[in-house]
Ligand binder design. Structure first.
Ligand SMILES: Nc1ncnc2c1ncn2[C@@H]1O[C@H](COP(=O)(O)OP(=O)(O)OP(=O)(O)O)[C@@H](O)[C@H]1O
Length: 256
């Protein structure tokens, strides 16, 4: 089985705080992996580790089977990863400039940049926004520009941190459809979310993290039938009894 990224015994400590402990996760090429967990569990930090920004205090991270051996290799690997964080950063300039950013760094031709920016903006439903200043967009629009920027580079790994947290239901639906279409094209995606039905709709496998540790992982069905106390505790922490969770799962399946 081909793996795009693997975390082996990864621990992260920041400012004297243990944030992630002994994480073992593999992301298989072509799959969508859902990361769910309560607020503060370490989901964003986990995505930062997968984006090769946060370096483990212990353990190692393999991208395409290899751990970057030096700074040059780490940066080269990072260029193959697209990421959208929860609070997207807009660069100065227009929407076009923002989406073109990674393509210019990669020194693509002007024609190819135009083509890719147009395709990515149309994918996220923002065709016609090219000339708008990015910094005055609404939160939801910024989120979509950030997603277009990540998709435009045709990443080998797409990391999405709560991609619909600030969006209205219709825009959330557009984004979910986009993630599903990217998956159909073979995109390897990791999506962190608070939204359990969303995880069930999008993910092939789900990892539950609590207090910086993986407490369970597997298909939605496997989690549903889990008799682990930790998983049940999470469902309760999310104000969901197992019976609600079961209902959500059925609903997600029917409404997909
Ligand atoms: N630089 C840092 N120094 C100290 N503590 C940190 C640092 N960064 C994150 N943390 C702490 O680590 C924990 C995990 O943070 P993280 O942002 O990864 O959680 P999360 O699961 O993404 O939360 P949320 O769902 O609320 O976004 C939190 O308690 C946070 O306060």
């Amino acid at each position: 089985m081909v793996r795009t990224i693997q975390l082996e015994g990864v621990s992260i400590e920041k400012n004297g705080r243990q944030i992630l402990t002994d994480i073992n996760i593999e992301v298989r090429t072509g799959e969508t992996l859902g990361i769910i967990g309560p607020t503060g569990a370490g989901k964003t930090t986990l995505l930062r580790v997968m984006d090769l920004i946060d370096l483990p205090s212990k353990g190692r991270v393999l991208f395409k089977g290899e751990a970057p051996k030096n700074e040059g290799e780490r940066l080269a690997a990072r260029r193959r990863i697209g990421v959208v964080f929860q609070r997207p950063v807009m660069l100065r300039g227009t929407v076009y400039d923002n989406v073109a950013y990674g393509l210019r760094i990669r020194r693509l031709s002007k024609d190819e940049i135009d083509e890719r920016v147009e395709a990515a903006l149309s994918d996220v439903g923002l065709k016609g926004y090219e000339r708008r200043p990015a910094k005055v967009l609404s939160g939801g629009e910024m989120q979509r520009v950030a997603l277009a920027r990540a998709l435009a580079i045709s990443p080998e790994l797409l990391l999405l941190d709560e991609p619909t947290a600030n969006l209205d239901p219709r825009t959330s639906y557009v984004i979910e459809e986009l993630i599903s279409r990217a998956k159909m094209r073979g995109m390897t995606t990791v999506v962190s979310t608070h939204d359990l039905p969303q995880a069930v709709r999008l993910a092939d496998r789900i990892v539950i993290i609590m207090d910086g540790r993986v407490v369970s992982s597997g298909s939605a069905d496997l989690l549903l039938n889990s008799d682990s106390d930790d998983v049940r505790a999470f469902l309760h922490a999310g104000m969901l009894r197992p019976v609600d969770w079961r209902f959500i799962h059925e609903f997600a399946r029917v409404s997909h």
